[in-house]
Design a protein around this ligand. Structure first.
Ligand SMILES: [Zn+2]
Length: 397
């Protein structure tokens, strides 16, 4: 692979694209700190063009977020995951899958959905996952998960009744070979249920501003038309399409879900399509996100001008967004804390992430920024016990 080359359109292979958004992000892991969203000049598909396969692999090798029990959407068994699993199960039952059906969850992460299916009586459900640490974690809990790459499954051809792929396609560098592989292992008329974040509706569910454009491992941005066309070209017929906002644990926030139920057939390899609308929707989302940060920008300007000592509690995407799109970086950040042991010790802006016990050493003049949309209420509660003398501000209104 030629590293200096820009990525071609992962849907139609066209080599030229228009850059619709480009911004520098505050890098947490030094892998890539430039975000470039391009729209294919032939089909309009929006994808990250300035990204290379080696970097994507290196990102996953260095990233342990998916191992975290509390991480929603990575095969866990938290309330928001179970809520989604109920939705998937209803669709699969309506599609007349039997308890004896061979079901494979591709990119199953910690294997939560496989476990759920097994508990619901689908005894032949199993999973495939690329990340060895996640496979080991699932196996340790007795969940049938195998190690397997997304373009070479360990299954015989025509052997599987249903393939599920939730939150997978938006991550793939090479989409076509993965769909070919799903097609290969499915029996004729076999089913495939896929879910991706709906790029046609990023602003539909409430999340933190810029959330959907700053998840750097999301390198493909599908809407209903591009996802349907991709599978039609890969030999599938769309038999169901579902749009909905799926709530996280904290019901204030929601995931703009797009699901397709597909049936293996001959498809239409020569299908031509275009989806230029998505680029406009993503640009609008970006603008709206900038406007939504206005309140926090005013607060940070004040802290910066008063030279307040700022302690940040919460070291996730929200912090990365604030460091990238506001003047928080110019404030006097004296500490970054996070309860997740996997994050403690990481260096961000030359500061080592520490546990909440660090608060005891912060003087009364400091201010704490509660920097989490999902855990805000819990952090505030804990903060009032640990350091009642400290003023705090939350990133949520
Ligand atoms: Zn294209």
């Amino acid at each position: 692979m030629i590293v200096s080359e820009k990525r071609s359109c992962p849907l139609c292979g066209h080599r030229t694209s228009n850059i619709i958004l480009e911004f520098k992000i505050s890098s947490f892991d030094k892998l890539h700190d430039q975000h470039q969203f391009s729209s294919c000049m032939k089909c309009g598909f929006v994808y990250n063009s300035d990204i290379h396969f080696e970097n994507v692999l290196a990102f996953y090798e260095s990233n342990d977020d998916y191992l975290n029990e509390n991480a929603a959407g990575s095969g866990g068994t938290g309330a928001s995951d179970l809520f989604r699993y109920d939705i998937y199960l209803k669709i699969l039952k309506n599609a007349k899958l039997s308890m004896e059906s061979q079901i494979v969850d591709v990119g199953c992460a910690k294997g939560g959905f496989v476990k759920y299916l097994n508990q619901e009586g689908f005894s032949k459900a199993s999973g495939i996952e690329l990340d060895r640490a996640l496979v080991d974690k699932a196996k340790g809990q007795g969940i049938p998960v195998q190690l397997g790459a997304i373009d070479s499954f360990p299954h015989l051809s025509n052997s599987i009744d249903c393939v599920c792929a939730f939150h997978v396609l938006e991550h793939l560098f090479d989409i076509e070979s993965s769909i070919t592989e799903i097609h290969r292992i499915l029996v004729n008329d076999g089913l495939c249920l896929v879910e991706v974040p709906n790029a046609g509706n990023y602003s539909g569910g409430r999340t933190f501003p810029h959330f959907w454009t700053l998840i750097k491992e999301h390198i493909n941005h599908f809407d209903e038309y591009s996802l349907s066309a991709t599978f039609s070209k890969g030999g599938f017929e769309v038999i169901g399409c579902f749009h909905q906002i799926i709530p996280y644990d904290n019901s204030d926030f929601g995931y703009p879900s797009l699901m397709l139920l597909l049936r293996k057939n001959k498809g239409n390899k020569n299908l031509s399509f275009n989806t230029f609308r998505t680029a406009e929707q993503i640009k609008k989302y970006f603008k709206k996100s900038n406007n939504q940060l206005a309140r926090l920008i005013t607060i940070f300007q004040k802290w910066r001008n008063e030279n307040r000592s700022v302690v940040i509690w919460g070291c996730s995407l929200e912090l990365q967004i604030l460091l990238s799109f506001t003047c928080l970086e110019q404030c006097s950040i004296v500490a970054i804390i996070d309860k997740n042991p996997l994050k403690q010790g990481k260096i961000i802006h030359d500061i080592a992430v520490r546990g909440p016990e660090l608060l005891e050493s912060i003087t009364d003049e400091g201010v704490v920024l509660v920097c989490s949309i999902l855990h805000s209420a819990n952090i505030v509660k804990e903060l009032k016990t640990l350091a009642p003398q400290l003023e705090y501000e939350t990133i949520t209104e």
